[in-house]
Design a protein around this ligand. Sequence first.
Ligand SMILES: *[C@@H]1O[C@H](CO)[C@@H](O)[C@H](O)[C@H]1NC(C)=O
Length: 589
Amino acid sequence: MASETSPGIVDRVQRFVEEHKTAVLIGTGVAVALGGAAYYASTSGSDRDKKKKSPKPPKKRKSVKDADGPILEERKPKAEQVPDEEEAVAPTPEALAAMSLEERTTLAASYKSKGNAAYSGKKFAVAARLYTLAIDVSPKPEPVYYSNRAACYVNMTPPKHDLVVQDCDEALKLDPNYVKALNRRAMALEGLHRYIDALRDFTAATILNKFTDQNAAQSVERVLKKLTGEKSAEILLKREPRLPSFTFISAYFAAFRARPLPDVGDAPTTGDSTLLLALQALAAEDYPHAVSFVNEALAQDISSEAHRAEALNLRGTFKFLTGDVDGAKADLQESIRLAPAFTQSLVKVASVHMEQGDPTKAFECFDEAIRQNPDDPDIYYHRGQVLFIMSEFADAAENYTKSTELDDGFVFSHIQLAVAQYKGGNLANSMATFRRTLKAFPTRSEPQNYYGELLLDQQRFEDAVEKFDRAVELEKLKSPPNVLPLVNKGLALYQWKQDVGAAERCCAEALRLDPECEAAVATLAQLSLQQGKIERAVEMFARQAELARSEPELASALTYQYASAAQLEFMKNYPSMAAELRSMAQNMA
Ligand SMILES: *[C@@H]1O[C@H](CO)[C@@H](O)[C@H](O)[C@H]1NC(C)=O
């Protein structure tokens, strides 16, 4: 299963940051990080906060969409006073020219009152005309006239989103802290599917209202969801299929025991020879060449069905790794058709079924594989993995044990057995299994690394770091090395001593060795966020999105990316709010 590798770390990093309430973003967990401080939009505390504000007038005009609209700023006129078209009459240019500034201000205010009355009587076109008159005669621009006219456009059928945006632009130019205009523009932008702009406005409204506006906070989440849904679909459609990071691929292949090269005899065909090159490249962990050779081999004359099944198995595996799940399934199933006893293909089809969310079919594949070859240790190991994912730790442990009984030279069966015992609550057994495994595989980094993870989980920081260090040393002897122990070490130093600098250095080193290591990028992103380096966090989340393999990983990275970008935008647009945000954070802490 691929799921045992870096995405696990990515999840852990995000969970860690959320659990430790350090820096969480609006919409993702809700808060803003700035200058090392954290801000929470505690939805639970908002009832108390609301009481501090002046009580809202009762909402009577239910059918008017914007119940908080402009009329509520005024006294409510009686119903019979609702103005009609005749009252929306402009003064003649001569009359206007003769007026003093005060007279014009008074006239504008009277148009506005009539506009409010018309609005309240749901005559939105009349109200809009009256606000236009107020704008035209007023000697100085008033944000409320624009914002009120925007409210009229909101309530027209269909709503005139473009005009709402235009009027709110004017209102906000005059008064950037006009939250009502921000919310109104945000909704119009959402209606126009301009989600990035809508998110910017809803985010600003949420922060300006000191996180007490539940509607705005929910809107942030809703728009973020629409935005990431749309963007991830776009990205997945356009994206060239490509292999994940070296660390990821090598972990995936390491989950299968090595098998001898196929015997192609004395006179191999061109296809046979190319297949051998592919398998040799694979053994040398040169994945790009393995891919191109196997594709080439399948276009050539492979001499036997068994060899062809071998080639299809390999090509299907690479398709699976590039995210082409359907293509992978087709290749692997064809491989099984040609060689029904090829249990590795059956096991891999099982992981395709799991990727497609169908455990029943996955278990059928394992059963079939056991019928074909009951002594293949890979089957039990991978069935253990599926059971592990489903939190069936006792069955998983049994299957790992069976796998080690059939072949005790495969390090991952031992490690996973220990982890399953740990997850099943059997701490003493788990630690004993780990100690045995460390002794049996002194030159392998993996037992050190995963033992370190369990120690970290128990907050035994010093021991954990020691194990990660040992794993890093062992990996240094390999080229290229697996960099997950380095990322783990960084995370451990951060959790232990809040040593952000050390954690960042570990991740930077990991990226130097494997520039596509998602776990390192994700950790750097969260560390940047936590320190209030939002600009850098946005960059890192964008990189994480580039590297994300599956749709949920992509959506998660994009959510963080857009949420932090919106907050960055807020800080640019409202520089004076930075200090206030900081004091808000202290109050919430
Ligand atoms: C492995 O898991 C299966 C459930 O899928 C269970 O029935 C079986 O007993 C477990 N143990 C072994 C040794 O196969």
